[in-house]
Structures are given as structure tokens and as C-alpha cells.
Write a new protein. Sequence first.
Length: 57
Amino acid sequence: MSTPRARPCPICKKPRSEEFSPFCSARCRDKDLARWFNEAYAVPGDPASPDDIAREE
């Protein structure tokens, strides 16, 4: 029976570090966080209307 191969860092494809998993380093972890902050990633869904957003606040 073979063991599954560890997945590489999603940013630079180097081997993952246990300390920074799923990334290889703090640099890649921070780069991923910056992508979220700059809206490079998005969760799929229907656009929210301004009225719905106002009701939630």
C-alpha cells in the first residue's frame, strides 16, 4: 500500500512546512493573506443587494 504524497505549497509549489502548513513559509502564508485582503479570491455566490447589506448592519 502506498502512502499519499504530501501536497506542495499552494503559492510556490515547494514542499510544505509543518510550522506554516499548508504553506512552506511565513512569506507564502502572508502572500496568501494579502490575496484575500485584495479580493483576489472570492467565495462564489449571488451578489448582495445594497438593501440586504443595510438590513444586516
